[in-house]
Design a protein. Sequence first.
Length: 123
Amino acid sequence: MKRASKPVHIGWMAPLLGLFVVLELTGFWAAGYQLRGRLSADPLTLYAVLAIFGTYYFAATLIFPSDPEQWPDFDAWYERQKRMIVGAMLTAYMLGIAGQTGSTSSVRSPSPSRSATRRCWSG
């Protein structure tokens, strides 16, 4: 790994925004885990999840500059990129909310064997 020839000022804003993106992405995967039994693996669902995840990925790649030597002050990079990052995060969040709302209308009913098993174990 090559060391930078000039010192880089990291600051607080870019790392805090990175932490926000990580926490938001964790919330997305936690919601997806809770919905896993109610969603089918059809192409529409897979493409929707891919679009949401791609938007989060796009936001995450903009948090830090790819070449720190060109941007020795990460606070200046943050000021330039924050609107695009927050806009992508808001878009991904709204797509996730729309997906959760839409998933309630396409909920699969449990199979009879699952219902019988639940009645048996619940008493």
